[in-house]
Design a binder for this molecule. Structure first.
Ligand SMILES: [Mn+2]
Length: 384
């Protein structure tokens, strides 16, 4: 059995106010091509299909188009589950009808029957869909025991339900959306629990040959080599600039042996952090990939006028500007007490020293004294 494991598409997401739909369509084209060329037996999408419960219409159209190409066009079964960003009911809409065509949509937690698929090489695999488990929804299920207070207890209960519905199939894959302990977080994930981690221990997943996870946006293992996150489709924050986004091609042999190959996705525009003085960047210091989504970290010491608009003339997709000088640790030169009694020019000089790590130049100090005297009356009180 050979299948593609992907997750966290977040269709309809925007990046610093700019729609990513074309970027998402661009990498989904690659995913469809890979599924066809590798002749996979299935594609599993482990949640966070959309970025929000009520996705924009063009995001719904994109998903419809991709599913049509995979399921109807290439005859590849697709299994989708809801993540914490999705509306469980909307993802599962018309699921029992779609299943007849090879499209398996699992949103809410009621159903526990697996999706049993036959590989081209003959291996039969039971895929267990485990959409994002909200503890309150798990408690509301018929027959739920007491004590489903956190994610670990709720997921453990849901896995018991799935195992109870197990057919006599030797190979099993779990498709889930959860924060499994041992994984590392990124900035663009929405935390699952307020005031707690929402984590579940990897030991809960015993008995599965492979666990196809969604939620964490960096491709990674979680506690064991066969318990894995495929990572998101794209970099959804500048903190992910160093991630290599990919989809996982999973080969599951008759004897349960698993081989995973990560296939890189080539984004339409990369997400990068560039740094230098404004003059250097405007002069084209980083022209390679000038169309990428950029976070510009300016290293200028002096004042910089309207840097975002000026940078955009060279780099059309600069999304933010930061100043490296603001990131210096305070030197402690600014006096903490009796600020009202200090001379404003002296106070500013101390503040400058604190921010820059070097004193004001004599001519700067002179300009400052002149300004302070103009702003303050002869008696030292403000005239403004
Ligand atoms: Mn996500």
């Amino acid at each position: 059995m050979r299948f593609l494991h992907t997750a966290d598409w977040h269709l309809g997401r925007s990046f610093h106010g700019s729609s990513l739909l074309e970027d998402q369509a661009h990498v989904l084209d690659q995913l469809v091509d890979l599924a066809r060329q590798a002749q996979v037996d299935a594609v599993v999408v482990a949640g966070d299909i959309y970025d929000r419960a009520l996705p924009p219409a063009d995001a719904v159209s994109l998903l419809g188009d991709v599913l049509e190409r995979l399921v109807a066009g290439a005859g590849i079964p697709v299994l989708l589950i809801a993540g914490n960003h999705d509306s469980a009911e909307r993802i599962g809409f018309a699921g029992r009808i779609a299943e007849r065509q090879g499209l398996y949509l699992r949103g809410t937690l009621e159903r526990s029957d697996p999706v049993v698929l036959q590989g081209r090489q003959g291996t039969t695999v039971a895929f267990h869909p485990l959409p994002y488990v909200d503890p309150a929804q798990a408690r509301a299920l018929a027959g739920a025991p007491d004590g489903l207070d956190d994610h670990a207890a709720a997921v453990a209960h849901m896995l018991d339900r799935l195992r109870a519905a197990l057919p006599s199939v030797p190979r099993r894959v779990l498709v889930g959306h959860a924060f499994v302990a041992g994984g590392s977080e990124s900035e663009s994930e929405r935390p699952l629990a307020v005031g707690g981690s929402g984590m579940v221990p990897p030991g809960l997943f015993r008995g599965y040959d492979y666990v196809a996870l969604g939620h964490l946006h960096r491709p990674q293992r979680a506690g064991a080599d066969h318990i894995r996150y495929s990572g998101s489709l794209l970099k959804y924050s500048f903190h992910e600039a160093d991630h290599a986004k990919s989809v996982s091609l999973v080969e599951l042999a008759d004897d349960g042996a698993v081989t995973v190959t990560e296939h890189a996705l080539q984004p339409r525009r990369d997400v990068r952090v560039v740094s230098g003085t404004l003059a250097d960047l405007l002069a084209g210091a980083d022209l390679f990939g000038r169309d990428d989504y950029l976070s510009a970290h300016l290293t200028d010491d002096g004042p910089v006028l309207d840097p975002l608009a000026r940078l955009r003339k060279v780099y059309p997709h600069v999304m933010e500007v930061r100043f490296r000088r603001n990131e210096q640790p305070a030197t402690g030169a600014t006096p903490q007490a009796d600020l009202r009694r200090r001379d404003p020019a002296e106070l500013f000089a101390a503040f400058w020293q604190d921010m820059h790590g070097s004193p004001l130049a004599p001519e700067q100090a002179q300009v400052l004294r002149t300004c302070a005297q103009a702003a303050l009356g002869a008696d030292g009180q403000s005239v403004a």
